[in-house]
Design a protein around this ligand. Structure first.
Ligand code: NAD
Length: 472
């Protein structure tokens, strides 16, 4: 690929302080170069947001939303180009890259249809008190590498409709689709409203600590989220964190084990397991273990793992070398602690490929059970008592998503009510929708981007309290 990419600062395409190679994870080799910012360019991007903010905030919300809808239309028009670039930088199969682009379009459209809502808190003849929702200023939007385009739109959509300006920073291993989106912003938005800068994983602190940033909107690991929150604490900046997860799926004893296994396999292996809400553990009744695991093994062995650009690939590589090494180390430990039924190792070829892996009989304190694997590796854990299963599923620091699988959905919903994660799905998993709030519990985050609540996250509650009948 020989095209050049530029950052977006103050409405201009900016070449950057230098370039770094972007690796195609299916080959392990560079396929493009990406410009990166330095501190001076970062300052310019923030200053552009600060300068653009008063006019953008004063633009009628319907006009702002109309521009967000135009961003969506422009993205939809270039969907194939975005999907091909996404597969090249992220690794996911082309069809799944197409779904991510379509999801990004839908997200922008969903926010274009939402409005910050004012509410009358009191109107009793003596006082009229109204809560308005006003924008905050310049939002730093920091995203990870698993869904680089969609997760960015989760921030740009609500951020712009709410009236904020944005300085976005993609992850250094997947910066290119964000820069391509910058081309669309450059055509459609006033200068400075959206700025997109790249780094070599070295400008996060400078951005989150910048005195002119009003809000830190971060999606990524819990470890980095902790640093972002600490940076926010210095100036009491608004902080929204969407962090890691270790989602459990609980299969009930009235489920069909084969049907449940199929859907749970899909929920665990999507994007090669690199999803904050991938199924990362399955709790299955002891009596159901054999048919459930047999079906998982059949699916794992039949799953086509290949370069995502090739027709027929169902799963691509892990996105980067560091994640690949992390999952390989987990697999080495796992082989000693549990029974590996399928996969269990890297695939011997260039790139960062791991075989779809099914493991059973791990102890609850195994790292693969306690930590977020972020790879195509599913531990299956047996249980004999549902109370015990709920307690084990809820153990640990994360509380992002979870799911319950059973024939009787009312009974499944009762189990869901006892689980502590922010979202619990029944007979499905990871069914995210831009119009529905999505918020992590415990160390999976605070705040969040989606739904009307997500839009309000990008605003300040502004109360106007009028004394009536007491004119001066
Ligand atoms: P990461 O935390 O390493 O990086 C995320 C982003 O933060 C990158 O852009 C990175 O450059 C930047 N960053 C690095 N150091 C920083 C610092 N000191 N200050 C500010 N920013 C900094 O995460 P990752 O490994 O890229 O992504 C995987 C993680 O993201 C997983 O834990 C996954 O569960 C989580 N995630 C969560 C959600 C959600 O909605 N809850 C969605 C997707 C991914």
């Amino acid at each position: 690929m020989d095209r050049t990419f530029a950052m977006l600062i103050d409405g201009a395409a900016v070449a950057g302080a230098g370039n770094f190679p972007v690796i195609n994870p299916a080959t392990g080799r560079p396929f493009a170069h990406c410009p990166h910012a330095d501190r001076a360019l970062l300052d310019r991007a923030v200053a552009a947001g600060v300068a653009a903010f008063p006019r953008w905030a004063a633009t009628p919300v319907d006009d702002r939303a109309a521009l967000v809808a135009r961003l969506a239309d422009a993205l939809a028009t270039r969907a194939d180009e975005f999907a091909a670039l996404l597969t090249a930088e992220q690794g996911k199969p082309l069809a799944q890259a197409g779904h991510e682009v379509a999801g990004a379009v839908e997200t922008l459209r969903a926010f274009a249809a939402m409005r910050p809502e004012s509410r009358v808190l009191r109107d009793d003849g003596r006082a009229r008190i109204v809560e308005h929702r006003t924008p905050l200023g310049v939002v730093a939007a920091i995203v990870p590498w698993n869904y680089p385009l969609l997760l960015l739109m989760n921030k740009i959509g609500p951020g712009l409709v709410a009236g904020n300006c944005i300085v976005a920073k993609p992850a250094p291993t997947t910066p290119l689709t964000a820069l391509l989106f910058g081309e669309i912003c450059r055509e459609l938005l006033p200068p400075g409203v959206v700025n997109i800068i790249c780094d070599r994983n070295d400008l996060g602190d400078a951005l989150t600590g910048h005195s002119d940033i009003a809000m830190l909107s971060f999606t990524g690991s819990t470890a980095t989220g902790r640093k972002v929150m600490a940076a926010g604490a210095q100036a009491i900046r608004r902080v929204s964190l969407e962090l890691g997860g270790n989602d459990a799926a609980i299969v009930l004893d009235d489920a069909d084990p084969v049907v449940a296994a199929r859907r749970i396999f899909a929920g665990a292996m999507m994007n090669a397991g690199q999803v904050c809400v991938a199924i990362k553990r399955a709790y299955v009744p002891e009596t159901m273990m054999e048919p459930f695991c047999d079906e998982l093994v059949r699916l794992a062995q039949a799953h086509v793992v290949d370069n995502g650009a090739r027709q027929g690939a169902q799963m691509g590589p892990l996105q980067n070398a560091a994640q690949y090494e992390k999952v390989k180390a987990l697999l080495a430990e796992t082989a000693e602690q549990g029974r590996v039924l399928a996969g269990g190792a890297a695939i011997d070829r260039p790139g960062y490929f791991i075989a779809p892996t099914i493991v059973r009989d791990l102890p609850d304190d195994a790292r693969l059970v306690r930590e977020e694997q972020f790879g195509p590796v599913l531990p299956v854990l047996s249980y004999s008592d549902i109370d015990e299963a709920v307690a084990r599923a809820d153990a640990g620091v994360y509380g992002l998503g979870g799911s319950v699988w059973g024939h009787d959905v009312d009974r499944a919903a009762q189990v869901a009510m006892r689980m502590g994660s922010g979202t619990v799905w029944i007979n499905q998993h990871a069914a995210l929708d831009a119009a529905i709030p999505f918020r992590g519990a415990r160390q999976s985050g605070m705040g969040g981007d989606l739904g009307q609540d997500g839009l309000h996250e990008y605003t300040q509650a502004h109360i106007v309290n009028i004394a009536l009948g007491r004119g001066v």
